[in-house]
Ligand binder design. Sequence first.
Ligand code: GAL
Length: 746
Amino acid sequence: MRRLGTVNFDHGWLACAGDVPQAETVGYNDSKWHKIDLPHDWSAEQHFDSELLHGHMHAYLPNGIVWYRKYARIEYKENERVFLEFDGIYRSPDIFVNGKHLLKKFNGFIGFELDISDAVQPGENLIAVRVDNSAERSSRWYTGTGINRNVRLSIRKKLHFLRNGIFVNAQGNGSFSVEAEANSSAKIVFRISDQNGKELLVLNADNSGSASGKIESPALWSPESPALYKCTAQLLDENGQVSDELSVKFGFRSVEFSPEQGFILNGKKVLLRGVNLHEDLCGLGTALFKDGIRRRYVNLKSWGVNAIRLAHHPYAPEWMDLADEMGLLIFAEAFDKWTDQYNGWQVPFEETWRDDITEFIRSNRNHPSIFIWSMGNEPYEQQIEGPDHYGVDIFVKLRDFARKLDPSRKITAGLYPARRNGICYNHPDYMKSEIAELAHEMDVVSANYMGMFFAGDHKKHPEMVFLVSEEATSKGVAKWFDFDHEIGCGSFFWGGYDYLGEAHWPHKNWYRGLVDRAGFRKPISYHAEAAWLDKPLVHLSVLASQEKESKEWNDVILDWADLSSHWNWTEGKSSMLAISSNCEKVELHLNGRLLETLSFKKGDFCRVKCEIPFEPGELVAKAFKSGKLVAENKLITAGKAEKLFLRPLKYGNESDRLIHVELEVQDAKGIRCPVNPLVHFKVSGAGMLRGVVNGDTKSNQRFNCSSLKLHEGRGLAVVCIKESGKISFEADLEIDGKTIRASADL
Ligand code: GAL
């Protein structure tokens, strides 16, 4: 959403960790504070510490209090109002302008604005923000600490639109309604244009600020073809001059849910091939950079993901903006838990949920990517009878409130583990149990780890629609086949990327994701691709250790083993292969000899295991369909490390602030060497090194560091663009007693 007179306010802040007395006052001496640009996550800059209390929740990185100050020259005219817009601050910020306390907020995941007109003055001003993330537990996963999302300054005329004051509700047949809300009644005009900027319609709003119209044969929004339109609302003063302007992108699409077919987009059944995400980005903590999200979405889309559950809180707007633009369906969720949420511990949930849901829905309801609202994840209330009757009473309150803010979308909540009467997985009659009371109130029943019940529940409740909001990555993605694909909407694996937190030392990240924490695909993601897509695929991976790791986490059994895709193992030992394929037959050739012919049957769920002796050279998998060779994959033993290959990722958008540089150690032939050497970086010119990370969740490697230990020959350096101009990037790889230098102009 864009508003006239609104500018980015991220640059030139000062930061200091700790609770500094008087830091809000104008005269305070901040000369020793760190100069930073937002977004900023203080926790992600610190060392990992195994001793931290509740460290397994927040990735063994410290939580704390951080103060921020910014001196800002603010010019505005008499009669104009001055606002600060924050997309979110983790957490409990107190905001001061020129020493005056203006606002206290608790929920660290939600955006807000504040009118600072009565505290600000034309010319120099001081904005101070105290961020308090010192609570021992404020979330079940890593949240970061600081002003970790973007900030804007907005100068508005006296007559202006309200926050999130525009709502376009567009249908797949081209008809739409639009409404806008201003702080005083005045004439409103809506201008509709297509993605090339061509104006298609101009509509005058009625007295309530609403209008409706129709575009003939609109380009429909879908993951494959995410067509967007723009609606600009203009608020006119009594002289007919534009007093305020808000514009949003929107899309025409129809979303339906059917008990017989599941999810239907633009009239066609679509199976949701989803993953769950948390908000931290590779090497950046939760400091929100659009380019970090873009790299993530490009990756996920490339192997078939078409839907994402943004678990379990409101996300920064860039996540939805990019999903609209790039074509991903979004399951948007308001809370993790309800009254027992950590977020609500400082103030009762009952006091905050209305404001939080209002902001969550009003700020997001124009995004065509969002196909459903979730009111919460695994609330404890569903397991207990009273006083909310297994959570039904709370859910109905939240649902009805949300529905008034957006009648156009269906509403759900993540159910787990309860069935009727609070029966959970450890009850002897669990498999014979009835669906939970709460399910009867949901438009769509979203259940975590309970897809196996859908077919039976559907028979008893033929009016219900089912979706798997979380699924474990046990035995690869075999569980994709656990629910009835005909009636089910689809499923979301937990989790898409290894995210910080929810892990016990030495791990720092949840480590059963489909992509590692540096953003490199794990072998299991190829298994998902084979299971999801028809395009012939075969992929080879090797069980990295003989240890089988089966673990229980949040009551879910995770049967899982570490896989690697390289062919540098110990000679004479055998290697256990995991081969993913959607073809009928796969031949394994080792150094030109046919070793095995494997057939893939239905019950194999696109993955077959096979033990072969390790012998250096070339292992080739040839996949056949109807007797025809249709896909091939190779693992080749890498020789001595000879070079460091740099792959800078630039997306070419004007607003880009990062360049991700992927690093790979290669032998003379360009084969990746699975080694773990150290690389030292030097970045000069118009950029600076912002973060480094490898894929190893056990690594103690700090993100805020000028050197990086690689993992299996790979790593990532994230460079922040400071200004326009050349950025020189140098990386020195220390290996076998020598230094190999790689450099690039970014
Ligand atoms: C689920 C929960 C997720 C995550 C996951 C780990 O039950 O909803 O947030 O904790 O377990 O297995």
